[in-house]
Design a protein around this ligand. Structure first.
Ligand SMILES: Cc1cc2nc3c(=O)[nH]c(=O)nc-3n(C[C@H](O)[C@H](O)[C@H](O)COP(=O)(O)OP(=O)(O)OC[C@H]3O[C@@H](n4cnc5c(N)ncnc54)[C@H](O)[C@@H]3O)c2cc1C
Length: 347
């Protein structure tokens, strides 16, 4: 998503080649997301990127209203109130709900879940359609995409780089953009650039059938203590135990224990039986040490551009991040979001 959206936004203003190590783009984090747009996700400093991305996602027709409900048990009222205050203060429409109002939205809710915050603006994102849109827009603007073209080495020469690809091909470029997700630090190291400590963490999702079936009207339900979320998907449910297991960059696979945790935590929330697990997957969410994304030229080399560390919000922030990134790369207006908090020079 990072590479495709940035290539699309750069458009005809630059000569762009996207090199992708896999057979096809979108195989890693982008193809494994939970596909939601929720303004509170990622924290108050990520919110400007998410909010600024809303209108373009809407215009592209990839959003479906869902609503989010962040819930707590008896005893967690303060955490729920703090959540409402934090996100209300940054301009997100939130409302605190009583137990009866929560139970009306989550059929079978167990009695101990008594407090919650509704975030009505949350939507589902059609991630595949968004990704395809960016790939097509990039292609239309003249960008090339080479797959099975992993970067093996990057040699710094006067005026830019000589890149060596996995199949031995060598190409020259002026600027190397690092949009390699979980491999962002590894790519920097190949180019002799100091890594920033962008670390991948595994996150698991299980698609389950439950009895009675999940109504499509169910909101995205998140735990105020960050131990689960779930949402409906065509009569099924997507459950996550909100795991964040450190990982090396790899083709992430789900662990049985995390799927079991997801089910256990779900069954602690609602009086519903999980009939079967139909599908399970895991992906890597990559975070810089301060959990904010990293967008900008490396402070020690103006021919290396960071576009990484998109954590758990790289889809919902893609439009605004691409505007910001393209603006910085081209020395033009980077849109409404202040790039300062995201500069790589902060490390
Ligand atoms: C389970 C899960 C749920 C999520 N839910 C959401 C959500 O609901 N909403 C949201 O906004 N975000 C969500 N995210 C986060 C989102 O998926 C990521 O932030 C986003 O996909 C990152 O995009 P990317 O392009 O940076 O990374 P990737 O999609 O991983 O792409 C990086 C690409 O770089 C390529 N690459 C690596 N090394 C090299 C090399 N040496 N040479 C060439 N190519 C290379 C890889 O093959 C890969 O295709 C979720 C993530 C996970 C794992």
């Amino acid at each position: 998503m990072a590479g495709a959206s940035l290539a699309a936004r750069l458009g005809a203003d630059a000569k762009v080649l996207v090199i992708e190590a896999e057979e096809r783009p979108g195989y890693h984090a982008t193809g494994r997301s939970a596909a939601f747009w929720t303004e509170s996700y990622g924290g108050p400093q990520v919110k400007p990127l998410t909010t600024a991305s809303g209108p373009e996602l809407d215009r592209l027709g990839v959003l479906t209203p869902r609503g989010a409900l962040t819930i707590g048990r008896t005893g967690q009222e303060r955490d729920v109130a703090a959540f409402a205050e934090t996100y209300g203060n940054v301009g997100i429409e939130v409302s605190t709900l009583e137990r009866a109002e929560i139970a009306a939205r989550i059929p079978g809710l167990k009695p101990e879940w008594t407090c919650g915050v509704l975030e009505p603006s949350t939507c589902d994102i059609d991630v595949a359609a968004l990704h395809q849109h960016y790939l097509a827009a990039a292609r239309k603007a003249g960008a090339e995409l080479w797959c099975r073209a992993g970067l093996s080495a990057a040699e710094r020469v006067r005026g830019g780089w000589i890149l060596t690809l996995a199949d031995g091909r060598r190409i020259g470029c002026d600027v190397l953009v690092d949009a390699a997700g979980a491999w962002a630090d590894a790519v920097a190291a190949k180019a002799g650039i100091r890594p920033l400590g962008i670390a991948p963490y595994r996150r698991t999702i299980a698609q389950v059938a439950i009895e009675p079936a999940a109504p499509d009207s169910l909101p995205l339900v998140l735990d105020v203590a960050g131990r689960f979320y779930f949402k409906p998907e065509s009569g099924r449910l997507w459950l996550s135990p909100h795991d964040e297991t450190p990982s090396s960059p790899c083709d992430a696979a789900p662990e049985e224990i995390d799927v079991a945790l997801a089910i256990d935590r779900f069954e602690q929330v609602v009086d519903r039986r999980v009939l079967r697990v139909e599908h399970r997957w895991a992906g890597l969410r990559s975070f810089a040490p301060d959990r904010l994304p990293v967008y900008g030229f490396d402070p020690n080399d103006a021919a290396f551009f960071w576009f990484a560390g998109q954590g758990g919000f790289g889809i919902q922030t893609a439009p605004a991040a691409a505007v910001l990134g393209a603006g910085l790369l081209l020395g033009q207006d980077g849109g409404e979001v202040d790039p300062e908090p995201f500069g790589p020079g902060r490390f």
